[in-house]
Design a protein around this ligand. Structure first.
Ligand code: GLY
Ligand code: MN
Ligand code: MN
Length: 436
């Protein structure tokens, strides 16, 4: 179910209130990107633009003019054009931008240079994403410059530039009920794909065969596809954090790490599970897995309002380091190893990131010098791992083991909700699926 028009109206109203009268926000849509001669990448709308407009086409420009009677929300869009539409697909046109997307007014893109200066000439302040406006950056400055040049005669021109990102990204950090519904669904689809993989993987098949089934599992449930390139990493490939070649044969004695999430209506799932290609974990795999699982569960349990973002990492890190000491992989006092970062060869990433319309979603991780305090409506991943790569200084029996477990966690009033809870992660659940 697409978001309601009311959702977008509320977003625009809230942003407009934070800007105030006498200002304008200019928010461009994404453009199509060339992949290779005449072939484009599949189009993905800009997250900020989608958040405010829900208009799914490339190249559009949104203007928000708080308080303006007849142009509070203006869209510039690709106009209807039967010939172009025959080649590249249907367009809403200016008519559709008003009728279906609630624009107060809409114009064809080719009228930008004539109309935008006229629309913004009475505004004191212009908000736009200073490094996010892509090709529009120079153009926006050009419009302002032309108005400034005329200021002596007209007596008016915008003179204050604001970066739009902090305000819109702070809004995006706290998810509304409608957004949470999408994220639950994106996580649920991701979990079903992981569970199907746990049931179906067989020794001797290639990582890309598993990747293909994951993506089929996403698409057939209505997701637009993977939210990021799926990582299907057998054996030592799991010790490469962003392994996406997905080309190797799965060995019976290996673990398989899958980091794959579905994207639904521009909302992302981001889920990692690790399981044996055989029916059971062997002793060493189990030992490493149990440490990561304990770290992950402790960190998830710590998620609630009023704790800091960094504290979730600290909880996971401590359990990981204790485990590495117990296995004899690291030696010394846990506090000293944490302090001196002696764990870094085996755990080199942070435990969490914000999740939303972007996989690594927007919103500040710090407020001044302090780590961000968690609030209801924030969604973060919890994804500790251990990577005992072949090049690290670790006894041969551990080399080539990589484990990560990743869930998507919503901060609630009283604690948290694990959106990706349906993907099995307990050892006996996983082994039961592997035997099935
Ligand atoms: N899948 C990307 C990440 O986990 O951050
Ligand atoms: Mn992640
Ligand atoms: Mn991930």
């Amino acid at each position: 179910m697409p978001m309601t028009a009311e959702f977008y109206r509320q977003r625009r109203r809230k942003l407009s209130e934070s800007m105030g009268h006498g200002s304008v926000a200019l928010v461009p849509a994404a453009s199509e990107k060339m992949r290779s001669n005449d072939v484009e990448y599949r189009f993905r709308q800009s997250s900020d633009f989608d958040y405010l407009c829900g208009f799914p086409e490339p190249d559009a420009l949104c203007l928000l003019l708080p308080g303006s009677a007849d142009s509070e929300f203006v869209l510039f869009v690709r106009p209807r054009d039967q010939e172009r539409e025959t080649w590249t697909g249907r367009r809403s046109g200016v008519e559709g931008a008003v009728a279906s997307y609630g624009a107060s007014a809409a114009f064809p893109l080719e009228e930008l240079d004539d109309r935008v200066p006229e629309l913004i000439k009475d505004c004191e302040a212009v908000y736009y994403s200073i490094d996010g406006a892509g090709d529009y950056n120079g153009r926006i400055l050009g419009w302002i410059e032309s108005l400034q040049t005329n200021r002596q005669r007209s007596g008016r021109a915008p003179s204050i530039l604001h970066d739009l990102r902090p305000s819109i990204h702070e809004m995006r950090l706290i998810k509304s009920a409608e957004e949470i519904e999408r994220m639950r669904e994106a996580a649920a689809i991701s979990c079903l794909a992981h569970e199907e993989a746990m049931r179906s993987v067989r020794p001797g098949e290639r990582e890309y065969e598993v990747e293909a089934r994951l993506e089929y599992a996403f698409r057939r449930r209505g997701a637009s596809g993977p939210a990021y390139p799926s990582i299907v990493a057998g054996g030592a490939n799991a010790t490469i954090l962003h392994y996406t070649e997905n080309c190797c044969e799965l060995e019976e004695d290996a673990l398989l790490l899958i980091d794959a999430g579905a994207e639904l209506e521009c909302y992302c799932g981001d889920v990692t599970r690790t399981f044996p290609v055989a029916e059971r974990f062997d002793g060493r795999q189990r030992a490493v897995y149990e440490i990561v699982l304990a770290a992950q569960k402790s960190a998830v349990e710590s998620v609630r309002p009023e704790v800091t973002f960094d504290s979730v990492h600290d909880v996971a890190l401590r359990v990981l380091v204790e485990g590495l000491v117990d296995l004899g992989i690291l030696a010394g006092r846990v506090e000293d190893i944490v302090e001196e970062e002696g764990y870094r060869p085996f755990y080199m990433h942070r435990t969490s990131h914000w999740l939303g319309k972007d996989v690594h979603d927007v919103g500040g991780y710090r407020e001044g010098d302090a780590s961000r305090i968690l609030e209801p409506g924030m969604v973060l991943t919890v994804e500790p791992g251990l990577y005992l790569a072949e090049h690290t200084d670790v006894a041969p029996q551990w080399q080539g083991i990589g484990v990560r477990i990743e869930d998507d966690v919503l901060v609630t009033e009283n604690g948290c909700e694990v959106l990706s809870d349906a993907a099995p992660k307990e050892i006996d659940e996983i082994e039961a699926l592997r035997r099935s």
